[in-house]
Design a protein around this ligand. Structure first.
Ligand SMILES: Cc1ncc(C[n+]2csc(CCOP(=O)(O)OP(=O)(O)O)c2C)c(N)n1
Ligand code: SF4
Ligand SMILES: [Mg+2]
Length: 270
């Protein structure tokens, strides 16, 4: 059965209000933040919703959480969840250093960092590597759209070789694979997922929150405004053969490009 853009946009809408309480007596509302200002359909909003649900279902006390981020559309999202938690929105590419400091200053806090592929794999690569090497206690999420969404879609260091950017540029360099890098730096928890697979993302988040040490979640998260066209490997147009690891995904080259860049298919569709 194919999934349409309408189905996907449901994932990016905030979870419905409910009076249901969790094990510490809080409702889902207690885990929300400000209303998102991101583009409608942005993959990052789906991840925000998964974070809200994961913390609600685990029954984590919001004041025991510190939210950390850098700069980018992805980094803005820490404002959209857990508005009763601590937070530090840092400089571009510097979230990993702030997270390391936070994890040293208070070992009881759950640190959750949200970053972008530009924030982590371009300007922040050195900081990210050293945070992993030091095994800072943090759930480190990369909302990976293969571009700099906030500054209008320039290619990032995770754009795959052969990708055609919306500007017409073709990527010739090999991408930075953040999962491989994290494993090489000794990380004990590394996973890759897709923002639209909300159940899988939620399951991974819960496991990552329970992990003591650095947990890296590289989540492909389409930028529907600047990187959502045929020729991109991080769009809703991408055809996935199965779970999107670097080994198993491929972009569709057989079909003629659609007339508009608006996509009607997502992973799982025929
Ligand atoms: C030192 C510095 N250099 C450049 C910028 C401009 N800048 C802001 S966000 C950004 C890239 C964001 O891309 P990414 O981290 O992938 O986040 P996205 O918007 O795609 O979610 C850049 C280059 C900046 N704010 N600071
Ligand atoms: S520009 Fe891209 S990454 Fe930024 S909010 Fe819009 S769709 Fe999301
Ligand atoms: Mg990006």
């Amino acid at each position: 059965m194919s999934t349409t853009v309408a189905d996907v946009s449901k994932e990016t809408k905030a979870p419905a209000a409910s009076s249901k309480t969790n094990r510490i007596g809080l409702t889902m509302q207690d885990y929300r933040g400000a209303e998102s200002t991101l583009c409608a359909g942005c993959g990052h909003d789906a991840i925000t919703n998964s974070i809200i649900k994961a913390f609600f279902e685990l029954g984590v006390d919001p004041h025991m959480v510190a939210k950390l981020s850098g700069i980018g559309c992805s980094s803005k999202t820490t404002n959209y969840f857990l508005n009763q938690s601590h937070g530090f929105n840092s400089l571009h590419g510097r979230m990993a250093t702030i997270a390391t400091g936070s994890s040293l200053a208070n070992r009881k806090l759950i640190n959750i960092g949200v970053s972008g592929d530009g924030d982590t794999a371009s300007i922040g690569l050195g900081n990210f590597s050293h945070m992993v090497r030091r095994n800072a206690h943090i759930v480190y999420i990369v909302e990976n759209n293969g571009c700099y969404g906030l500054t209008k879609g320039q290619a990032s260091a995770t754009a795959d070789r052969g990708t055609r950017m919306k500007s017409g540029q073709t990527i010739e360099s090999a991408p930075v694979d953040l999962c491989s890098l994290a494993i090489q730096m000794g990380c004990g928890f590394v996973a890759r997922s897709f923002s639209g697979d909300t159940q899988q993302v939620r399951t991974l988040l819960k496991a990552a929150i329970a992990h003591r040490g650095t947990a890296v979640l590289d989540i492909v998260s389409p930028c529907v405004t600047f990187n959502n066209h045929e020729g991109s490997t991080k769009s809703r147009c991408t055809k996935w053969t199965s779970f999107p690891t670097t080994k198993t995904f491929r972009s569709s080259t057989k079909k003629a490009p659609p007339k508009s860049s608006r996509c009607t298919t997502v992973p799982g569709s025929p």
